[in-house]
Design a protein around this ligand. Structure first.
Ligand SMILES: *Cc1c(COP(=O)(O)O)cnc(C)c1O
Length: 469
């Protein structure tokens, strides 16, 4: 006890620490309240350490220094830009689509200024938020009407809740998918208050399977585009155009959840054809749902397009209010949709299309240019080379499809996986974290999504690898 009491006296007081030059500068930057809190925390942890090992005295400067370190760490934004070198263009964990410059500008204006969000400037009275994008959506998809909500999961939930609450929703067993996270079709149905009626088998569903189940209790028939997996071999599904004839005959709505619906034919850019929203509409679905931040390349959003009558019904559902979009995203969305009016220029105007269409030869030239800098930064312990690789679209779109790309491959000269894990972690600790992928014993950076080459190279100067840490 005596010995401890003696040591505690060697811990400086809060006031003493606040008088140091370091603390003075910190107050300028972070404000007095934050600095006092951080200094208290440093003193308390120093005291605890002393109790633990009866350690040496601690200086005022050491306390101030540790408080400032803590403040710096706290002030660093959690939402940070990273270099996505995973090779997955629409990486859900890295924020999916990167937005166009016009969308960024529109969102910025929407943040900074008052705007005619729900205000009819012609009439000078209350307007409707959906009006901002409805005409554009109808023009691009051929649908009669449209609405937009938080994301496609919300779109599906809202459609089911509006048309099938207390009723039955008919879905093929081959289309009862899990999209990721906790979003499973059967669960979303029960949350929406719809009773799921599964028909057919995993691999084969026939027209008669639908017809046998349609009754007065049917709220809708749901077709789900199984964009994230494929059943091959002995299979049968009822195509949307045929299904719409059945739905019409029995007078029940047909809803087609496209997921990553695109507004343009991707085969123009050398990718496989993914059903477009206009196709789904023309095949006769009464409603089509799709995402804003998958292939469409906009902000997170979920679209519902279809007949005037059904869209009006959806807009009357009180849930719509809970799922609506904010002004910032609406602004970005409108700007993104505008770009589709000039599809020939999407390769230069829309980052998602630009990145997906980027040619392997260009990426290879980029890989050769940055190779020396990466090699230099990684240092003696690693072998660094360029490598041909395959990119993916991501977010469940065209999962079988890979796009030829080029990148950097790094192997450790030592045996064992620790050195590659350490290097990968050092790249993630850079001022702008670099996220690649580990394959076998190698770290691979697919350069398809690397556009800010100079910033990438400058960033490498801070690389510090701690093997065995
Ligand atoms: C991705 C996807 C969803 C969910 O869309 P989010 O915009 O991510 O909410 C729903 N249905 C299908 C078929 C999908 O592919």
């Amino acid at each position: 006890m005596r010995k401890d009491a003696g040591n505690f006296r060697q811990i400086p007081s809060v006031d003493e620490v606040l008088k140091t030059a370091v603390a003075f500068a910190a107050v300028e930057q972070y404000g007095r309240a934050s600095v006092v809190r951080a200094v208290r925390a440093s003193i308390s942890s120093a005291r605890q350490k002393m109790r633990g090992n009866g350690a040496h005295p601690i200086t005022t400067d050491a306390i101030a220094g540790s408080a400032v370190l803590h403040l710096e760490r706290e002030a660093r934004p959690k939402v940070r830009a990273v270099f996505n070198l995973t090779g997955t263009v629409l990486h859900t964990n890295l924020g999916r689509a990167v937005l166009s410059e016009t969308a960024v500008a529109a969102a910025t204006t929407a943040m900074r200024e008052a705007l005619a969000l729900e205000f009819d400037l012609g009439e000078g009275k209350r307007g409707e938020r959906d009006e901002l994008v409805r005409d554009l959506l109808c023009g691009l998809t051929g649908a009669e009407s449209a609405t937009v909500v938080n994301n496609n999961a919300a779109a599906v939930l809202l459609v089911l809740n509006t048309l099938a609450k207390g009723k039955e929703a008919i879905v093929s067993r081959g289309e009862l998918i899990e999209i990721g996270g906790a979003f499973r079709m059967p669960e979303i149905m029960s949350r929406a208050g719809a009773k799921l009626v599964e028909i057919g088998t995993t691999n084969r569903t026939h027209e008669k399977d639908y017809k046998n189940e349609i009754s007065k209790k049917t709220g809708l028939i749901l077709k789900v585009h199984t964009s994230n997996y494929r059943i091959e071999g002995f299979t049968k599904e009822v195509k949307a155009d045929r299904l719409s004839e059945i739905a019409r005959k029995y007078n029940v709505p047909l809803v087609n959840d496209l997921g990553s619906g695109t507004l343009v034919d991707l085969s123009k850019y050398g990718l496989s054809h993914e059903p477009t929203v206009a196709e789904a509409v023309s095949e006769g679905a009464d409603l089509v749902t799709f995402s804003g931040d998958k292939l469409l390349g906009g902000p997170q959003a979920g679209f519902i397009v279809g007949t005037k009558e059904l869209i009006a019904k959806i807009n009357k559902n009180p849930m719509k209010r809970a799922l609506r979009l904010d002004k910032i995203r609406l602004a970005a969305l409108e700007a993104t949709l505008q770009l589709y009016r000039d599809p020939d220029r999407l390769v230069s105007t829309l980052p998602t299309v630009r990145l997906l269409a980027r040619k392997k030869a260009d990426i290879e030239a980029l890989a050769k240019r940055v190779l020396p800098s990466v090699s230099n930064a990684a240092g003696e312990g690693y072998e660094v080379s360029t490598v041909a690789c395959e990119s993916q679209i991501g977010s469940g779109s065209l999962p079988q499809e890979t796009i030829p790309s080029f990148g950097i491959l790094i192997r450790s000269k030592q045996r064992g996986g620790g050195a590659i894990a350490a290097l990968s972690s050092a790249f993630r600790a850079l001022p702008t974290p670099v996220v690649g992928r580990i394959e076998g014993q190698a770290l691979i950076f697919d350069l398809r999504c690397l556009e800010r080459e100079d910033a990438f190279v400058a960033n490498l100067a801070s690389l510090r690898v701690e093997i065995g840490a």
